[in-house]
Design a protein around this ligand. Structure first.
Ligand code: AHM
Ligand code: MG
Length: 322
């Protein structure tokens, strides 16, 4: 594995490590790569869409202007369904999973958040796509209700000052940066490891009075005493990306209003927990490791605390869950 290798070559190299591999997962990942490159190109145009599409919401090519999150969802559904590599698709944007005709013999199911942090589009802040792949087992909706530790692959694409693809197939975490001049993701961050300890905490502190349990407040006070600084973008992909690179803690706790927090287990918490743990960090809901939670509903929410080992262990000392 060398810096500068492109994502496709990397995926094929990984496949070679498993002589019995059929190439299905590789094709699945390449499909995600293609779809997200298309999304990235639309994200780059986001500021112009309203301007170009003002006339009756029809854009310059005469197409109807779709909201970027809906568009991202349609692009992913289109690519993933047609690939024939997925038996079922579950999207944060859809009530029910899709079982594409082309995927009836496929080996995998995929859950995804097509455009996370979409409230940030209007202000040109980073947003992203998150995905989580499990093996097909029962050939029904219960295939999405497998624990997070059983993920075959997980990743996110961050549409930021550059576009990056962060991927784990259970063998560490690697980061690829899109080189727009050639349209390829290039390995720029091999074998990402979270620092044992960071300097940043990332919570929406405006909810502090509502947090449950309230012992969390003492935890954040302790971090402040220790000299931590605060960063909160409000795009999970961006906040988690910073946490994975720089260490520290990202959290979305439960609160009086959101008894299970805000973030979704399948589309957000579980893939991000998989990546964090693969990068040497920890990810917990407080009462249980996120990767050990067996989902009961495809849209269920869960409290999220993830980051460096020091901060998460400290959190577990402060916060008592009954
Ligand atoms: P979304 O799926 O509607 O975009 O919501 C998820 C986002 C996450 O990206 C982010 O971590 C969180 O919501 C921010 O929530 P809040 O504005 O309550 O702090
Ligand atoms: Mg989301």
């Amino acid at each position: 594995m060398r810096i500068g290798m492109d994502l496709n070559s990397f995926i094929l190299n990984e496949e070679r490590r498993y002589p019995s591999a059929t190439g299905s997962l590789s094709r699945a990942l390449v499909t995600i790569e293609s779809a997200t490159k298309v999304i990235a190109s639309h994200v780059r145009m986001a500021g112009l869409v309203d301007v170009l599409g003002k006339a009756e919401k029809i854009n310059i090519q005469g197409e109807e202007v779709q909201k970027l999150d809906e568009l991202s969802n349609s692009i992913l559904i289109d690519y993933l369904s047609n690939s024939g590599e997925f038996f079922a698709l579950a999207s944060e944007e859809l009530d029910e999973p899709i079982f594409p005709e082309e995927g009836r013999d496929a080996k995998y199911v995929i859950a995804f958040d097509p455009l996370d942090g979409s409230s940030n589009i209007d202000v040109n802040v980073n947003i992203g796509t998150i995905f989580s792949i499990h093996r097909r087992v029962n050939s029904d909706i219960s295939d999405f209700l497998q624990e997070g530790y059983k993920q075959v692959a997980a990743g996110y694409i961050i549409y930021g000052s550059s576009t990056m693809f962060i991927l784990s197939t259970g063998n560490g975490v690697n980061g690829f940066t899109l080189d727009p001049s050639v349209g390829m993701f290039i390995l720029s961050h091999p074998d990402i490891k979270l620092p044992e300890k960071g300097k940043i905490y990332s919570f929406n502190e405006s909810n502090i009075k509502k947090w449950e349990p309230q012992t969390l407040v003492k935890y954040v006070e302790a971090l402040k005493e220790e000299g931590y600084t605060s960063r909160y973008i409000g795009s999970m992909v961006a906040d988690v990306h910073r946490t994975i690179i720089k260490g520290g803690v990202f959290a979305y706790p439960a609160d009086k209003k959101n008894k299970n927090g805000k973030l979704r287990l399948l589309y957000e918490a579980s893939p991000m927990a998989f990546l964090t743990v693969q990068a040497g960090g920890l990810a917990t809901a407080g009462y249980e490791d996120i990767l050990n939670i067996k989902p009961t509903d495809i849209h269920q929410r869960v409290p999220v605390f993830l980051g460096s080992r020091k901060e998460i262990n400290q959190l577990l000392e402060f916060v008592e869950y009954g």
